[in-house]
Design a protein around this ligand. Structure first.
Ligand code: ZN
Length: 124
């Protein structure tokens, strides 16, 4: 994992799998718009039955839980530390969040992804 400082937020990026770790509160900061942020964060739901492998939190090293974001299909599943250390996004999931939350084009998430992956913010 490498640490990048982009858009005033420190993010950890795994160069092997393309995953992104955000500390608690950083997603909210990136979302910026308080209403959309609250809407998105309130849509988080614990998902007990996912077939996805559990990941370990890079901070406390405990198994993280799976949560779904929003209700639209296909279901978007991300990993969250049970102690609240932060969130893990597999490759492409942060872009997915951005699309689903219908954020403005100049939102920090889009800028951050553009900084990381080029102007389109798309994963190659
Ligand atoms: Zn943790």
């Amino acid at each position: 994992m490498i640490t990048l400082e982009l858009q005033e937020v420190e993010i950890d990026y795994c160069t092997d799998c393309g995953g992104i770790w955000l500390d608690a509160g950083e997603l909210k900061m990136l979302l910026g718009e308080p209403e959309k942020a609250a809407q998105l964060l309130n849509s988080f739901k614990n998902e007990q039955t996912s077939g996805e492998k559990f990941r370990k939190c890079p901070i406390c090293l405990k198994k993280m839980c799976k949560i779904t974001v929003g209700s639209s299909k296909p279901i978007l599943l991300i990993d969250k530390c049970r102690k609240g250390d932060g969130l893990w996004f597999d490759k492409g999931e942060l872009q997915d969040i951005f699309d689903r939350a219908k954020l403005d084009k100049d939102n920090k998430i889009q800028k951050l992804l553009a900084d990381m992956f080029g102007r389109e913010g798309k994963f190659e």
